[in-house]
Design a protein around this ligand. Structure first.
Ligand SMILES: C[S@@+](CC[C@H](N)C(=O)[O-])C[C@H]1O[C@@H](n2cnc3c(N)ncnc32)[C@H](O)[C@@H]1O
Length: 273
């Protein structure tokens, strides 16, 4: 029987406008729900590690342990390796892997972590089964995903409504589930998890600097990234429509009263001993 494998296309790609957001991420702003469970000796697998800033933070928190970062996209792993090297970390390694069919033996890791990954994969329940398989008895599977339909902002804007509608259509056409957050617990139950702690947390963008950064990266991503290409090639939007969405983002960013919140769902699951 052939192994399960990725059927989805990663919507964003790794354009500079996308990495502007990924490289801002830390264990503190993206994995706080997990940190209380970490011990210095732990062996961690970080799936879909991207440019590896969260991976590197996790490695610093397990100085007597080890963190393996894996990603389906080989190109981004060079940046992840560079991030770990710049920070002088010697307890990391990186490899190409598909979360649907991991190469590791059963019961290998103390913690298996994935941040903003399951929303992009073709079969999140199979992904969770694999994550559970490679987790040691008594270890943790930790997953966090945003939920696009639950993102909210002020002021109301038909251009921003258009952004959300377009993003969700493109992500689904690529085989992902943009409203993943609300589904994480259900997917974990389907994958056979029994001990699940479900929480949520937000990122808020409101100060002039935060608005400029968040609106700028989304405006640029909308016209210049793999997402833009997938939106036009898939017939979801014209280049002109994408430019209008980008301008809606910039307009929101200029609003002194502008406010944006990203809801994330988190599941911290313990494997039975
Ligand atoms: C939104 S990025 C998140 C990166 C990082 N975890 C972070 O939060 O900064 C999603 C990452 O998952 C990777 N990815 C997508 N599908 C995957 C799969 N089937 N197996 C492993 N990684 C995958 C992508 O290549 C991308 O680097």
């Amino acid at each position: 029987m052939s192994k399960a494998q990725e059927t989805a296309v990663y919507t964003h790609g790794h354009h500079e406008s996308v990495l502007r957001s990924h490289t801002w991420r830390t264990a503190a702003n993206s994995a706080a729900y997990l940190l209380g469970s970490l011990k210095p000796h732990m062996r961690i697998l970080d799936i879909g590690c991207g440019p590896g800033t969260i991976t590197a933070d996790l490695a610093a928190l397990v100085p007597d342990g080890h963190v393996t970062g894996v990603d389906h996209a080989p190109g981004i792993l060079e940046q992840a390796r560079a991030t770990a090297a710049e920070r002088g970390l010697t307890n990391t390694d990186f490899a190409v892997a598909d979360v649907h069919a991991l190469d590791h033996p059963d019961d290998t890791f103390c913690v298996v972590h994935a941040h903003q990954v399951l929303q992009h994969v073709g079969d999140p329940v199979q992904a969770l089964r694999e994550m559970l398989r490679v987790t040691k008895p008594g270890g943790y599977v930790a997953v966090r995903d945003s939920d696009y339909a639950a993102m909210t902002w002020y002021p109301a804007s038909s251009g921003m409504d258009g952004w959300l509608d377009l993003y969700r259509r493109v992500a689904r056409a690529n085989g992902g589930e943009p409203d993943a957050g609300r589904r994480l617990k259900s997917w974990a139950l389907s994958a056979g998890f029994t001990d699940i702690t479900a929480t949520s947390a937000t990122w808020t963008f409101s100060t002039p600097e935060e608005r400029a950064w968040w609106s700028g990266l989304w405006a640029d991503r909308t016209v210049a990234s793999a997402y833009a290409e997938r939106a036009t090639r898939g017939g979801h939007a014209t280049a002109e429509e994408l430019r209008a969405v980008a301008e809606a983002w910039r307009e929101w960013g200029r609003r002194e009263d502008g406010w944006f919140a990203v809801l994330h769902a988190e599941i911290l699951c313990r494997k039975a001993t």
